[in-house]
Design a protein around this ligand. Structure first.
Ligand SMILES: C[S@@+](CC[C@H](N)C(=O)[O-])C[C@H]1O[C@@H](n2cnc3c(N)ncnc32)[C@H](O)[C@@H]1O
Length: 209
């Protein structure tokens, strides 16, 4: 595990690559066809900023209607980052430019010795299940997802491994489901069977359910 930690970076941030969160709001959370059964997978979740950003976005746009709230699976190869993610405690400086006012209601502000820290509120963390998964190994049974975020991890894999991983991820997409990759990553030349609909956004062609 330490070797893998040394080879890759765990760098991440809240709402990294904002265009994906805008797309989530405009095209997926607003689509009634996904309501009530949307599952989202953050496939290299690092210290949790990505899955919690997805959860904040969903809460903010769907309110607390429990039937509509998506389930989020967050996985990473590193048990160390998963432990940090599960704790859901972040220093204020993790929120670049400060915590926006709309986000404050989803966070608990630390006091006394926790001054300068924020904790993810339980109703947000309850939306996310964390689990260790190595994307390079054959995947365990995870079910199907409407959206998979697999961002800024494949860049560390060889082309052959990228191809294997993308095919496995594509097989986990619901018909009409979306794969988000990092904006600096590319699937050019990889035979994945998905349709590219925007930079870094791919869709499983097999019609909407
Ligand atoms: C640069 S971070 C990206 C985090 C987040 N997806 C983002 O875009 O901000 C890359 C993460 O991929 C994880 N990782 C590296 N190799 C992996 C593998 N084979 N399977 C699953 N996760 C892996 C690392 O532990 C690290 O947390």
């Amino acid at each position: 595990m330490e070797l893998i930690d040394a080879l890759t970076t765990n760098h991440t941030s809240f709402f990294r690559e904002q265009a994906h969160f805008d797309f989530l709001v405009q095209n997926i959370l607003s689509d009634r066809n996904w309501r009530g059964h949307l599952r989202i997978w953050s496939a290299a979740s690092s210290t949790g900023e990505e899955p919690y950003s997805i959860a904040f976005t969903a809460r903010e746009n769907l309110g607390s209607r429990s039937l509509d709230i998506p389930r989020i699976l967050a996985t990473d190869i590193s048990t160390r980052v998963l432990e940090t993610a599960r704790k859901g405690m972040y220093k204020a400086d993790r929120f670049q430019g400060g915590v926006p006012s709309w986000l404050r209601k989803h966070l608990l502000r630390g006091e006394n010795r926790w001054e300068g820290w924020y904790r993810i509120r339980p109703e947000i963390s309850a939306m996310v299940d964390f689990r260790r998964v190595n994307l390079i190994d054959p995947l365990p049974q995870l079910g199907r997802f409407g959206v998979i975020f697999c961002r800024n991890v494949m860049i560390y894999f060889s082309r052959t491994t990228q191809e294997k991983v993308v095919k496995r991820l594509a097989a986990c997409l619901e018909p009409g489901g979306y794969l988000f990759i990092g904006h600096s990553e590319s699937l050019t030349g990889i035979d994945h069977g998905l349709e590219q609909i925007q930079p870094a956004i791919y869709r499983n062609r097999g019609g909407h359910r």
